[in-house]
Design a binder for this molecule. Structure first.
Ligand code: HEM
Length: 140
């Protein structure tokens, strides 16, 4: 098996894992916002969210490591990669904003409504559609 293919395989597997965390953390925020006045449920959800947030950052580091290896070691690059990295950075900012909301929820501060958070949860869907298109089609 060619080392570059192993690196690309690892990159895509880490991408899938990281994106699962990016999609699921805002869903936990929706459940916290809709948990009403049940401190035990809220505490359990906050704990789940904090563990997912921490693990998500590890998965991002592994995605980045494999991606940088493909870019800098195997020399795969182009305008598509620069545009892709800008959208990846936006996705990381989105994940950090979710982490900040979780921290605020942990202090008992109010979250936006469940409905608003469900719309907020759609943002990474749009980002990942364009990121994967850029990586697969390399249009420029
Ligand atoms: C974290 C920084 C990232 C870097 C530096 C990076 C870099 C790269 C590079 C250089 C390739 C090789 C392209 C090729 O061999 O054709 C690649 C492939 C790919 N990347 Fe990333 N990437 C990153 C994050 C992501 C993220 C977050 C996603 C999805 C959400 C993603 C999705 C993909 C896909 C689907 C491929 C395979 C494309 C193909 O084989 O046609 N990458 N990436």
């Amino acid at each position: 098996m060619h080392p570059q293919s192993i690196t690309e395989t690892l990159h895509i597997v880490f991408v899938i894992s990281w994106m699962s965390a990016v999609f699921y953390l805002p869903r936990i925020l929706v459940n916290i916002a809709e948990a009403g006045d049940e401190p035990a449920v809220r505490a359990r959800l906050v704990l789940m969210g904090r563990r997912l947030y921490r693990f998500g950052h590890i998965l991002f580091a592994l995605t980045l490591l494999a991606g940088l290896t493909l870019w800098l070691h195997y020399g795969i690059s182009g305008g598509w990669l620069h545009a892709k990295l800008l959208l990846v950075a936006l996705t990381l900012v989105y994940f950090i904003v979710c982490g900040r909301m979780l921290k605020r929820a942990d202090t008992g501060a109010a979250l936006p409504s469940g409905k608003a958070l469900r719309w907020f949860n759609e943002i990474p869907v749009l980002l990942v559609l364009v990121i994967v298109y850029l990586a697969a089609a390399k249009p420029f």
